[in-house]
Design a protein around this ligand. Sequence first.
Ligand code: P1T
Length: 379
Amino acid sequence: MKIGTKAIHAGVNPDPTTGAVMTPIYQTTTYAQKTPGDHKGYEYSRTHNPTRDALEKNLAALENGKHGLAFSSGMAATDTIAKLLEPGDEVISTNDLYGGTYRIFTKVYEPLGIKFQFVDMDNLEDISSAISPKTKMIWVETPTNPLLKVIDIRSVTELASQHGILVVVDNTFATPYLQNPLDIGADMVLHSVTKYLGGHSDVVMGAIVVKDDELAERLSFLQNSCGGIPSPNDCFLVLRGIKTLHIRLERHCQNAMKVAEFLKGHSKVDRVIYPGFKEHPGHEIAKKQMRGFGGMVSFVLQDESQDSVFSVLERLKLFTLAESLGGVESLAGHPSTMTHASIPKEEREKAGLPDSLIRLSVGIEDVDDLIADLNQALG
Ligand code: P1T
């Protein structure tokens, strides 16, 4: 089955009791048992819920995985993966990544005895030299947030497999429509479902998809034991959102390319980062491992002063100044004070993230209106 068909049908069957075509919202915490242990596969909704089951099957199918697990947020999913680690273990992560991921690694798990190294994964040798016998996991975000670096997933997974290291790919920016890391050797795919999968900026949710049965069993154990699960109502909304994933992503990619080209040609703009540009250092890798270049565009103004950056952000009318991304509506963000403020300035600078960077989540509105909005805001 191809992805557009999977987006609409995978995991979703007419409801066995009523024939309802859309999976009902099973808003129940518990399920009747005839005699202790004699039930229909459902005991308690932290463990299993039919609406969540449908979504988890759908997510597994979209990522060409075998097991999908849904969580109450992307961070709850990240937290669950981090719980696979033990004190003394080491993790190598991309040095450009979502600020909240950096925060949970350094402020929650480092004090528990897990060591994190943040490296420039553009350079395989940097990963290679960071590997020690204690390295248990490589954490890849690609394209990265917010610098849109493209990491060669296959090279990383080949290197990791020589050392028996698990590879996690945060596939939030690409989505399964553009990239399937499990097909090229990753062990786990993570999503902030809040973004493109939900697609409408109305649900906070996370997900993990894996192929391996043992890994799935451990993650399900953690999901049930720690309890960071999403509500049935949110699962329904995401199932509905996913039905248009392929259509939305087509338009996100087209609009982002046009917006990026407009910005590149504007006299007030110094540089534009978009993996779809030939001059982007990761363009060839993106062409190899992605089916499009995504809906995110980052750029820096000629005048890098805070006044100038803030006044452009304040003047935008269609682009809303807000955290998050991946919804149908366009958003603009200022990573250093918003989504990446939890990364210390020195670390941000080391990773090449300037305070003047503006990040756009290009929505699926009519692109001429988006460009007109940027044009007036740039003045
Ligand atoms: O917000 P939450 O659903 O918990 O997901 C966290 C997360 C994980 N991974 C990536 C790549 C992300 O971008 C995020 C969340 N990011 C934002 C809120 C943002 O505006 O970048």
